[in-house]
Design a protein around this ligand. Structure first.
Ligand code: IPM
Ligand code: MG
Length: 361
């Protein structure tokens, strides 16, 4: 199991260090784990003038999985767009063909009161957002800023989806819905679009409906994205799997993360057609708290669990990691972002050590 480790910027290196502690536990048990580090984002720019250095992309391509911290920092805000840290992230997703982005929103019972929504609205919440990650207005051409005949400047981007792009991510969505339903139940998939306005969305809906014929035991519904945004805070438990495009998924996954109390708890997986994957926490680089031992490493550690499940098919290790995270929460251990008033707070390092200890027990 060759894993490329890309710590990135801000809190990235601190949270990655905690995940690596966890990996070392399994290495110590004899798992054939090989780790290799490379810079990305601002760190890539600092090292070689490119947010995705050639060597980093090559390492990622040659690895079975990639673990990424986060990218971005104030000092890079004034760089031209092609050199900004976010470009490293977008290019590695595209370069590895990671079209299926899984973002679970799972509420841990211990954190029910950390949510800004009432416990009775969010308790038991378990949603999987499947965001298409390599198409849409993020990558469509043409784009730019141009001067019109009138002399006025105009910014423009292009939203596109090809049939094959929609089909392959729809298949992943239906398969996840099947898996989550288990042997007996009916799977539920809600496809989110803006088909009342956008041609791209109308086409998306048409193709998803065609793919659905191959999955008769999954109940497919469609929802407009504005309504989905509202339903997520009104009655989020109506959702099981949400399938959506790149930009809607970007926005809805941030919204969904807040239902669970803290974006610091949410992992993600970005997969290609053969389950090779890049795993990263959903949150960003949080430069304001970087280097202060304040960041919550649990989303990164939970991303490792997803790696073990989806890329390496090691369900037992995945569950041991997830159980260890639950145990640390049950012990009342909290980083600042998930601590309630009056609770003791521990730092990034101590949280990593606590998870390692919980795995051992
Ligand atoms: C995310 C982020 C990225 C995105 C940014 C940093 C490019 O918001 O992973 O959700 O928009 O995809
Ligand atoms: Mg985002």
């Amino acid at each position: 199991m060759k894993i490329a480790i890309l710590p990135g910027d801000g809190i990235g290196p601190e949270i990655i260090a905690q995940a690596v502690k966890v990996l070392k536990v399994f290495q110590g048990e004899g798992q054939p784990l090989e780790l290799e580090y490379a810079p990305i984002g601002g760190a890539g720019y600092d090292a070689s003038g490119d947010p995705l250095p050639e060597d980093t992309l090559r390492l990622a391509q040659q690895s079975d999985a990639v673990l990424l911290g986060a990218v971005g920092g104030y000092q890079y805000d004034s760089l031209p767009r092609s050199l900004r840290p976010e470009q490293g992230l977008l290019r590695i997703r595209k370069g590895l063909n990671l079209f299926a982005n899984l973002r679970p929103a799972l509420l841990y019972p211990e954190l029910a009161s950390a949510s800004t929504l009432r416990p009775e609205v969010v308790s038991g919440l378990d949603i999987m957002i499947l965001r298409e990650l390599t198409g849409d207005i993020y990558f469509g051409q043409p784009r730019g800023i141009r001067i019109l005949d009138s002399g006025e400047r105009q910014g423009f981007d292009t939203m596109t989806y090809t049939e094959s792009e929609i089909r392959r991510v729809a298949h992943v969505g239906f398969q996840i819905a099947l898996k989550r339903a288990g042997a007996s139940g009916t799977g539920k998939l809600c496809s989110v679009d803006k088909a009342n306005v956008l041609d791209t969305s109308m086409f998306w809906r048409e193709v998803v409906t065609e793919v659905a014929k191959e999955y008769p035991s999954v109940e497919l519904s469609h929802m407009y994205v504005d309504n989905a945004a509202m339903q997520l805070v009104r009655a989020p438990r109506q959702f099981d799997v949400i399938l959506t495009g790149n930009i809607f998924g970007d926005i809805l996954s941030d919204e969904a993360s807040m239902l669970t109390g803290s974006i610091g708890m949410l992992p993600s997986a970005s997969l290609d057609a053969s389950n090779k994957g890049l795993y990263e926490p959903c949150h960003g680089s949080a430069p304001d708290i970087a280097g202060k031992d304040l960041a919550n490493p649990l989303a990164t550690i939970l991303s490792l669990a997803m790696m073990m499940r989806y890329t390496f098919s090691c369900e037992d290790i995945a569950q041991r990691i997830e159980t260890a995270v639950r145990k640390t929460l049950q012990l009342g251990l909290r980083t600042a972002d998930i601590a309630e008033p009056g609770m003791d707070r521990i730092g990034t390092n101590a949280m990593g050590d606590a998870v390692v200890a919980a795995i051992a027990n």
